[in-house]
Write a protein that binds this ligand. Structure first.
Ligand code: PEP
Ligand code: MG
Length: 581
């Protein structure tokens, strides 16, 4: 038995069998073929090399025509690698001498080279490693593979991977995969957020451990504590099975308050809205008693499609959400691509600091055709419900004004075309950059509502990558610096009678949610699964308790002190809920 400590990112316990997924989304099991099938396997690989070669030629031709020789040249380099005689002879040798499958031969050899290049440390060598990965991907595809479809899983599997991108996570089949754990990743990354949305237990940032495991070994992922146990003994397994059962019973009890309002004991109403990534998540929203959607992360539709959906496809998707929640508000956020949400639409050029780069509203403003399409689809859907539009990662007034101007133009176009629209659509912005907090007295005059994106606000305030396990201890919503920015934003909004909500993950944790209520927040938006617990907490405290918490946290100079205080007050106010929160 081996116990590893990582970062708990999505609550729940998964007990199952290891299923290994490599970085690129392909399963590489050390599979062997019958020795009599070697010739067939060698032929299969030869055919795949020819197929991959013609695909690379097509890519080269298309990129040269569309962008220029310099981009086409990348694929010529890939072609060079694919045709490298020493590489090819190694692949053939793996099959011929060791009876490995063509897929394993390709992966094993290329992985070795990629690792070697990466370990050389320089950017140029890392790029070479990326080229090798690309060739691997093309070749595996030519061998009949497709990312994620090969993941497999049989309903008993726990996925183990070096890393998992947000879109790979979103594509996991929860009927087959019980949970996952990764070597890298931090607490606030989008992989973590998607996992919570999908209610799949997950632990990230475990450090290097994959060389210690084997496919089909028994594994426990404890998404409450951030522990992963490899080959657990019988008593540990028993303990975890009971823990799972307890959690299930607790969750069942929470369903009883689904239709009750979130009102404090002394009568203050808190609106609980849901954060969703996909249209089909409206079902869990309703099951968990959400009063609307406070954040629809529309970029996941683009990531899932790995390209730009047409205006009509977007319209239908938005309509699905709106119509499933009649009379309830739905805040649709415009594209927040870039940073760790990379699709084929994000920057063509690799950026050295993508979190500080061309992401979010910056990217949308640079791609006005795509932005207009999205706004058209949203405005068209606005005729059918209470749709509000929100812009992400706004850092300057100019960005807000440009986005609003585009929205006005799109509205005028649609009106001219005679398309039915809501008479008025509320427009808001996310406050998730310290610059926006500092300038909020200006922004607030030009929006109908704001929503605090604390996930990014923490990242940009503390200068800590939200997806990096090495600095995860600095990533804290209860850091006094972050608390000061939140309080200041809420005060400015309330003073100006502009609606303010919090849609970062701080809303999902009952401890921090009570502090936010104490600061004057009356709308919290969190993943559907988190709502019952937050509601239970709100219903069992007085507003004055929350206000006392919000005032007292200002006395502390460190995140650790704030955390200890929040924990202590929570245990005093809600002893029966305090375990495991
Ligand atoms: C946030 O930053 O808090 C937020 C809600 O947006 P996202 O997590 O999608 O960046
Ligand atoms: Mg954000």
């Amino acid at each position: 038995m081996l116990e590893l400590q990582g970062i708990a990112v999505s609550p729940g316990v998964a007990i199952g069998k290891v299923l290994i997924l490599d970085r690129e989304g392909y399963r590489i099991t050390r599979s062997q073929i019958d020795s009599t099938d070697r010739q067939i396997e060698l032929e299969r690989l030869k055919t795949a090399i020819a197929e991959a070669s013609s695909r690379l030629d097509q890519h080269r031709q298309r990129s040269t025509d569309a962008i220029g020789e310099h981009v086409g040249a990348i694929f010529s380099a890939h072609q060079g690698l694919l045709q490298d005689p020493s590489l090819q002879s190694e692949w053939f040798r793996y099959i011929d001498e060791h009876c490995y499958s063509a897929e394993f031969a390709v992966s094993a050899v290329l992985n070795r080279y990629a690792r070697a290049f990466r370990s050389m440390g320089s950017d140029a060598m890392s790029e070479r490693a990326t080229d090798i990965r690309d060739v691997e991907r093309t070749l595996l595809e030519a061998l009949g593979g497709h990312p994620m479809e090969q993941t497999g899983g049989d309903g008993q599997s726990v996925l183990v991977s070096h890393d998992l991108t947000p879109s790979e996570t979103a594509n996991l089949d929860t009927a087959k995969i019980l949970g996952f754990c990764t070597e890298v990743g931090g607490p606030g990354g989008h992989t973590a957020i998607v996992a919570r949305g999908m209610e799949i237990p997950a632990v990230v940032g475990l450090g290097r451990f994959m060389h210690r495991i084997e496919t089909n070994a028994e594994i426990i992922v404890d998404g409450f504590r951030g522990t992963v146990i490899l080959q657990p003994d019988e008593s540990t397994l028993q303990r975890y099975r009971e823990r799972k059962k307890d959690r299930f019973i607790r969750a069942e009890k929470l369903t009883q308050i689904r239709d009750l309002p979130a009102v404090t004991k002394d009568g203050t109403k808190i609106s609980l809205l849901a954060n969703i990534e996909f249209a089909h998540e409206v079902a869990p929203c309703l099951e968990r008693g959400a009063e609307g959607v406070g954040l629809y992360r529309t970029e996941f539709m683009f990531l899932a499609a790995d390209g730009e959906p047409t205006e009509q496809q977007q319209f239908e998707n938005y309509l699905e959400v709106i119509q499933a929640l009649p009379d309830l508000p739905v805040i649709m956020r415009t594209l927040d691509l870039g940073a760790d949400k990379i699709g084929s639409l994000a920057s063509a050029e690799p950026e050295s600091n993508p979190f500080l780069g061309l992401r979010s509203i910056r990217l949308s403003l640079r791609q006005p055709r795509m932005f207009r399409n999205q706004l058209r689809a949203m405005l068209r859907a606005s005729a059918f419900g209470k749709l509000k539009i929100m812009f992400p990662l706004v850092s300057t007034l100019n960005e807000l004004r440009m986005a609003r101007m585009l929205l006005r133009q799109v509205r005028e176009d649609l009106e001219e075309e005679g398309v039915p629209l809501a008479e008025r659509t509320e427009v808001g912005m996310m406050v998730e950059v310290p610059a926006a907090v500092l300038m909020l007295d200006h922004f607030i005059k030009e929006v109908d509502f704001i929503s605090l994106g604390t996930n990014d606000l923490i990242q940009y305030t503390m200068a800590v990558d939200r997806g990096n396990e090495f600095v995860a201890d600095l990533y804290a919503g209860h850091d006094p610096a972050v608390i000061r920015l939140i309080r200041s934003s809420v005060e400015v909004a309330n003073r100006n009678n502009v609606d303010v909500s919090v849609c970062g993950e701080m809303s999902a944790n009952p401890k921090t949610a009570l502090m936010l209520v104490g600061m004057g927040v009356r709308t919290l938006s969190a993943p559907p699964a988190a709502l019952p617990l937050v509601k239970q907490a709100v219903r069992n405290v007085d507003l004055t308790d929350c206000q006392q918490i919000a005032t007292r946290v200002f006395d502390f100079g460190t995140a650790r002190e704030v955390d200890a205080f929040l924990q202590q007050r929570f245990a005093e106010l809600l002893p029966e809920m305090a375990i495991g929160v």
